[in-house]
Design a binder for this molecule. Structure first.
Ligand code: GLU
Length: 494
């Protein structure tokens, strides 16, 4: 059941990709809607024709979908208050402007850029406490306005801020009470001379039309809020509740930017982070259910999110914590889930396996899952860990593995012993292999380190690999024995 009174929106401008900050704003809006059985609206603020692109719009909606943030109204799903793209709402803005003009709440301003600059310089020189637009055109007569419009003089439309307007008080749900003096507000432009609406105007027209009850957005917009309140009042629309959420900073305390590494959701998606872990981490940037819980699954977030637990202090983006949470999500998967959602897709993506192979090779995939799961930071790491399985019977052996694993005394005897013991093996499971190899070092009088080091170098071409018995089992008997022969050949040359 939805509570139709609670309506929030995420309103990205498609002038770039979806960044961490925007994604966190989207998450808070989504979670607030879900926790209150409200509606989550997606609106595309594409009024900047130079910088908005369809491609960015697609990247943003893909990123939201990847994070599992489903919208109840908006592009692709429609809804009763559409269209949900500002460029498709131009007629509506014009209609509202016309209405405000008719009601004497807005007026055309013919001042040129030079005139505005001269007036500003004069106010400054005179140390006038009010330095905004001097309201030059506010009281032009109807005749003069008509005459100048007919003469094709360019004009903007400005809103009339009531001169006796009391202070504008915002009881922000995150920042608390914030008071703005209306005296300092000038009659700001709501429509440019080319007929395009300004942000402070069209965002309010849309939020009012779309019956948005709570505006949750970055606190860089807090300073726009008094102007927006003036527009709500002119429209005769109820002013929604505001929750301005803090900035996200890098670990050096500076605003998060490219310098701090990946900042777009797309980059994390491509790097292979788990969407649930990413969502979980971003939700904790400024919100916490109790100040200490770090693992908050999606459904818990969707039930427990509350603005009362959102901090007004800036949040710090900590990539190490994101990695830690990602690892938690990976290691909490069962081997079966990890095999199906991580190992198989990643190996297929890397071109090492074919899609259809999973059911046929389920037990093999389960071993791969068990040995890689504790060792990955992000899903694609399984490829590096398992790549040794796909390098054929004569793999190249790392120089260090030759030096430390194969060139040491006792290495040759170790490989010959392993060949001898495993050549006769009838079943090829990790347990069987382990049991067969276990007594070998003692039997031939070498240390475990020498024996297993030589074997690991021969089997995997490296000194670092997932557990050995499992690795040997995964290689299969023929491939493993061929690699031992190959390693013995390599040893002859060192
Ligand atoms: N399109 C605006 C932005 O991306 C929306 C701001 C708002 O939420 O009012 O900054």
């Amino acid at each position: 059941m939805t509570n139709n009174n609670i309506r929030v929106r995420f309103a990205p401008s498609p002038t770039g990709k979806l960044h961490i900050g925007g994604a966190r704003t989207a998450i808070f809006n989504w979670a607030f809607a879900r926790a209150n059985q409200g509606n989550f609206v997606l609106r595309i603020d594409d009024t900047d024709p130079e910088r908005s692109t369809k491609e960015n719009e697609r990247i943003i909606t893909d990123a939201l979908s990847w994070m599992g943030l489903d919208w109840d109204e908006g592009p692709g799903v429609g809804g009763p208050y559409g269209p949900y793209k500002q460029m498709e709402r131009m007629e509506r803005y014009q209609q509202v402007v016309n209405d405000l003009l008719k009601r004497g709440l807005a007026y055309p301003c013919f001042c040129t850029q030079e005139e505005l600059e001269a007036a500003r310089a004069k106010a400054k020189a005179e140390k006038n406490p009010y330095q905004g637009y001097q309201r030059t055109c506010r009281e032009l007569s109807h005749e003069e306005v008509t005459k100048r419009i007919q003469a094709h003089e360019p004009y903007t439309i400005r809103i009339k801020v009531p001169l006796d307007h009391p202070d504008i008080v915002i009881d922000d749900l995150v920042h608390g009470r914030v008071v703005f003096s209306a005296k300092e507000l000038d009659d700001f432009i709501i429509m440019r001379s080319d007929g395009t609406p300004t942000y402070n105007f069209c965002t309010v027209v849309d939020d009012a039309d779309m019956k948005i009850s709570h505006i949750i957005r970055g606190d860089d917009h807090l300073s726009n809020t008094p102007r927006q309140v003036i527009v709500y009042e002119a429209l005769g629309a109820p002013v929604p509740a505001f929750a301005h959420i803090s900035m996200i900073l890098g670990e050096d305390g500076k605003k998060l930017s490219k310098r701090h590494g990946a900042t777009s959701v797309e980059e994390y998606q491509l790097e292979g982070y788990e969407p649930d872990a990413f969502l979980n981490y971003l939700a904790l940037l400024g919100w916490s259910p109790d100040g200490e819980t770090t693992i908050v699954p999606r459904d818990v977030l969707a039930h427990t999110f509350s603005l009362a637990h959102v901090s007004k202090n800036p949040a710090t983006f900590d990539p190490k914590k994101l990695d830690w949470i990602n690892k938690q999500y990976l290691s909490n998967m069962s081997d079966e889930e990890f095999a199906k959602t991580v190992v198989e897709p990643e190996l297929v993506k890397a071109g090492l396996e074919k899609r259809a192979d999973f059911e046929k090779n389920a037990s093999r995939y389960l071993i791969m899952a068990a040995i890689t799961k504790p060792r990955v930071r992000v899903a694609p790491d399984v490829v590096g860990l398992l790549h040794f399985l796909y390098t054929g019977p004569t793999p190249s052996i790392e120089e260090k593995a030759i030096r430390k694993g194969l060139a040491s005394g006792g290495a040759e005897a170790s490989l010959l012993e392993a060949l001898e013991v495993l050549r006769g093996a009838t079943s090829w499971t990790p347990e069987e292999i382990d049991t067969a190899l276990h007594p070998c070092p003692e039997r031939i009088g070498v240390s475990n380190k020498v024996f297993f080091g030589a074997l690991r170098a021969a089997a995997t071409g490296s000194l670092v690999s997932p557990p050995l018995a499992e690795s040997i089992a995964l290689l299969g008997k023929d491939l493993f024995l061929a690699r031992l022969d190959h390693a013995l050949d390599v040893m002859k040359c060192v």
